[in-house]
Structure formats: structure tokens, C-alpha cells
Design a protein around this ligand. Structure first.
Ligand SMILES: O=C(O)CCC(=O)C(=O)O
Ligand SMILES: [Fe+2]
Length: 329
């Protein structure tokens, strides 16, 4: 037990389990396949390129989510990244909690939901939050995990830049800011199997507070998203990367591209791994749409982030973009 990798969910959240009369119930969800985009089409003739860009823009408007293949991140890098992530999470819980790994600063490791007052608010997962400036800045630490994170982040970052440029072009707006390593971050997620309650959240419903997110998941499944007012579960495809629009991109596009609510449901039998890359601009970047009438007042990323942190502290959850709506009357 001492060396178990699993966080002590049942012990620490015992009172929540004891007082729960029934598992949190989720309404029946249908499975969906995300729009699939083959990025190789960008390298073919003008007609294919045009059509591919339109598909990306359409998926961002209608789904806020899509998946890509031929994305430029080699299978070797994805496999190596996963391998190192699995090794990292296989360490005893106490080592992870103490952030014993030299790659991670104190507080990088998080699990569960410290503020949960009922089972519905508990996230059955553990994660390492890694700031890219830490990864890139730690050249004295040379090991497999650090070097694969660096490679992975470098490639994914290029992919994000390409997607943001295309989506800006389709909008008729130019994204001048380069997103920067000092604010981008990686989240390495593990969702242990949850045999005691079916339908436990692995991650509570949320939108991402960044510009654009790239997710690499395994074949277990569990990611769900809202489409046309209902929850759908995403059919996993571990060859593809899942892309989703974050809050900042929704604001910058004046609500054209959608930052859609999503969540993860834990699996009763199988553990699940995912890696999320959050593409963010520098804190002083002003997020303002060039389109009139503006839905949101302009704000900096730093301001947005601070507001989210304050709201989480006060209300236990983020309020997000509605905080920045311009009053029209
Ligand atoms: O693990 C997943 O599929 C989603 C993770 C996620 O939504 C996040 O880390 O923000
Ligand atoms: Fe997310």
C-alpha cells in the first residue's frame, strides 16, 4: 500500500463517499466522432489547401473541437512522451506528492479537488502542471522526461502557431502576437480506474482558459463535450491529436470560434493517460476583437488569469468570459 501510485482518494474524501447516497448521475451520452482534418492537405494544391482551411474554421465555429492527423508530431515522439509519462505516474504516491522528480517544482503535482464538498465536485485524477519556461530553462537537468517534453512542446507549439494563423486568416484578422514559452504549459494527466462509483468525473466540466489546446490521449476514452446543448463522448483515436479552442480565442474572434465546455469521465476498469498542451500569449497581450460590435471588453491575458484564480478562490469555480461581457443596454 505504501508504494501504491494511486492517490488516497477513498481515505481523504471518505466523508464525501459516506454521505453519497447514489453515484452522481450523468444523463445518457451518445458517442461522436470529432471532425477529422488531414493537415497533409495544406501541402497539396491550392484547392485542397483552401478546403482544408475552411474545414478547420468550420469545426472551430460549430464544434470548438476537431482532430488532426499528419500533424507533424512524429509517432516516436508521441510514444516516447507517453512512455515517460507512464513511468512518472507509476512512482509511489508519496514521491509524486513530494515532487521528488527534479523536473518539477513544488506544487506541480495535483490530485483530486481540495475544495470538493460533494462527489460531483471531485475530480478522480492526478496531474503534473509543467510550465514550459521551467522545462526549457532547466538545462542542468538532463534526462529522458525533460528532453521529450522539450521536443514535444516545440513541435506542438509550431502546430498551434499554424492553426492560429489559419483561423485568423479565415476570420480576416491577423494574430500578431507570438504565444510564448513563458506562459505556455503542459499538463500530464492520469485518471486511475474508478471501480467504486461508475461515472465519476475524472475532470469536472470546464472550458480552457488559453488560446488553443492540443490533447494527446490514449485509447481508453472518457472525454466528453457539449454540442448543441447535449453531452457527447468523444471516440478516441490515439493517432490523432485533439484540438480545442480556448476562452482567449473565443474572445479574440468575437464569439465566432467556440470555447466549448468539456469534461472527463473516469473508467471503472482502466486507467487513462492524456497530455494537454495549453498555448498562451504573454501576460500583457491584449485580447481585443477587431470586429464591431464587440461582445467583450478588451483585457490582457494576465488580467483574465487573475480573475479566473480569484473566482475559483471565492466561488470554487471559474466564471470565465461572462465576466468580460460588454453591457449593451
Ligand atoms: O484528458 C482529457 O481528455 C482532457 C483534459 C482537459 O480537458 C484538460 O486538461 O484541460
Ligand atoms: Fe480542458
Amino acid at each position: 500500500m505504501e508504494d501504491s501510485p494511486d492517490p488516497p482518494f477513498e481515505e481523504v474524501y471518505k466523508s464525501l463517499f459516506d454521505s453519497a447516497t447514489a453515484a452522481p448521475e450523468l444523463s445518457a451520452v451518445e458517442e461522436c466522432e470529432l471532425p477529422m482534418i488531414d493537415l497533409e492537405e495544406l501541402n497539396l494544391g491550392d484547392i485542397s489547401r483552401r478546403a482544408c482551411k475552411q474545414k478547420i474554421a468550420r469545426a472551430s465555429r460549430e464544434w470548438g473541437f476537431f482532430q488532426v492527423i499528419n500533424h507533424g508530431i512524429s509517432r516516436e515522439v508521441l510514444e516516447k512522451m507517453r512512455e515517460e509519462q507512464v513511468k512518472l505516474f507509476a512512482k509511489p504516491f508519496s514521491d509524486k506528492a513530494a515532487c521528488k522528480d527534479s523536473n518539477f517544482s513544488a506544487g506541480s503535482y495535483r490530485w483530486g479537488t481540495p475544495t470538493a464538498t460533494c462527489l460531483k465536485q471531485l475530480s478522480w485524477s492526478e496531474a503534473f502542471h509543467v510550465s514550459l519556461s521551467d522545462v526549457l530553462g532547466s538545462h542542468d537537468i538532463n534526462n529522458n522526461l525533460r528532453s521529450i517534453m522539450e521536443q514535444f512542446a516545440g513541435m506542438v507549439s509550431k502546430l498551434c502557431e499554424k492553426l492560429v494563423e489559419i483561423l485568423g486568416e479565415e476570420l480576416g484578422q491577423k494574430w500578431e502576437e507570438k504565444c510564448v514559452a513563458s506562459t505556455c504549459y503542459l499538463r500530464l494527466n492520469r485518471y486511475p480506474a474508478c471501480p467504486i462509483f461508475p461515472e465519476m468525473f475524472g475532470i469536472m466540466p470546464h472550458t480552457d482558459s488559453d488560446f488553443i489546446t492540443v490533447l494527446h490521449q490514449d485509447n481508453v476514452g472518457g472525454l466528453q463535450l457539449v454540442k448543441d446543448g447535449s453531452w457527447f463522448s468523444v471516440k478516441p483515436n490515439h493517432q490523432a491529436l485533439v484540438i480545442n479552442i480556448g476562452d482567449l480565442f473565443q474572445a479574440w474572434s468575437n464569439n465566432v470560434y467556440k470555447s466549448v465546455e468539456h469534461r472527463v469521465v473516469a473508467n471503472p476498469q482502466k486507467e487513462r493517460f492524456s497530455t494537454a498542451y495549453f498555448f498562451c500569449p504573454s501576460y500583457d497581450t491584449v485580447i481585443a476583437s477587431g470586429v464591431e460590435p464587440c461582445v467583450y471588453r478588451s483585457f490582457t491575458f494576465g488580467e483574465y488569469r487573475k480573475q479566473v484564480q480569484e473566482d475559483v478562490k471565492i466561488f470554487g469555480h471559474k466564471i470565465g468570459l461572462p465576466r468580460f461581457l460588454l453591457q449593451t443596454h
